[in-house]
Design a protein around this ligand. Structure first.
Ligand code: ZN
Ligand code: ZN
Length: 230
């Protein structure tokens, strides 16, 4: 299964625009997050030869601008598409999806969106002293379980614990996405990464809000335009 990075803080070449945010196309048809800006998102999809009709479902990790900002331009052009959210997303978000004729589906628990591709359902974390609702993608392939995170506000370690609890018998393949460590000191980030390495994933790819120091801990290059085999 392929994970194609559509939108990220970093890019692989000048044809693929970078911007603050995250978006990743899974198995050629499930779009996980949409970055901060619709026109950049649409340009990158086009540059990466993804047509809007290829996309069957959109999963939004959490209701922050850098993950749902590109959604509106997509829904303008692609009505009736499934948009997976969580009950804790804002009413404003839910109304906007419905007004643009998106098919809003709110997930609470583990849900298989397509063969081998799951949402964990709603995980509650803390953001700016309030609760935040976030869902995470799990891809199970013959290589094992991969975990793809948007911002990991509930904490990347709690998220991995949750994924392992959901699929205790799976080998651990790839952990990738935003780990939200960019405000942490290098020492704190190192402590988190060494904990993450103890789980024994084969590959690590922190990006987006992980911080520049992710590069020294990652086991592969990850940026907008990167193709990763899960
Ligand atoms: Zn966020
Ligand atoms: Zn983010």
């Amino acid at each position: 299964m392929e994970a194609l990075m559509i939108y990220d803080n970093y890019t692989t070449n000048e044809k693929i625009i970078h911007g603050w945010g995250f978006s990743c196309l899974l198995d050629g048809h499930i779009l996980f997050d949409t970055g901060e800006n619709g026109s950049k998102l649409l340009k990158n999809l086009n540059s990466l030869d993804v047509t809007l009709n290829d996309i069957t479902d959109i999963v939004i990790s959490h209701d922050h601008w850098d993950h749902q900002g590109g959604l509106w331009a997509l829904l303008d052009k692609r009505t009736g598409i499934n948009v997976y959210s969580c009950p804790g997303f804002s009413q404003e978000f839910k109304d906007k999806v419905k007004n643009l004729n998106g098919n809003l589906i709110e997930l609470t628990g583990l849900t298989e969106i397509s063969t081998g591709i799951y949402s964990t359902g709603e995980i509650i974390g803390t953001y700016k002293e309030g609760p935040i609702s976030e869902q995470v993608i799990i891809c199970n392939t013959k290589e094992g379980m991969s975990v793809v995170t948007g911002c990991a506000h509930p904490g990347i370690i709690s998220i991995v614990d949750k994924a392992v609890e959901l699929f205790p018998d799976q080998d651990l393949n790839t952990l990738m996405g935003g780990f939200h460590l960019y405000k942490s000191s290098e020492k704190e980030a190192e402590a988190v990464y060494s904990k993450l390495k103890e789980y024994g994933f084969k590959n690590y790819g922190g990006t987006h809000c992980t911080g520049d120091f992710a590069k020294q801990f990652n086991t592969f290059e990850i940026a907008a335009g990167t193709r990763i085999v899960l």
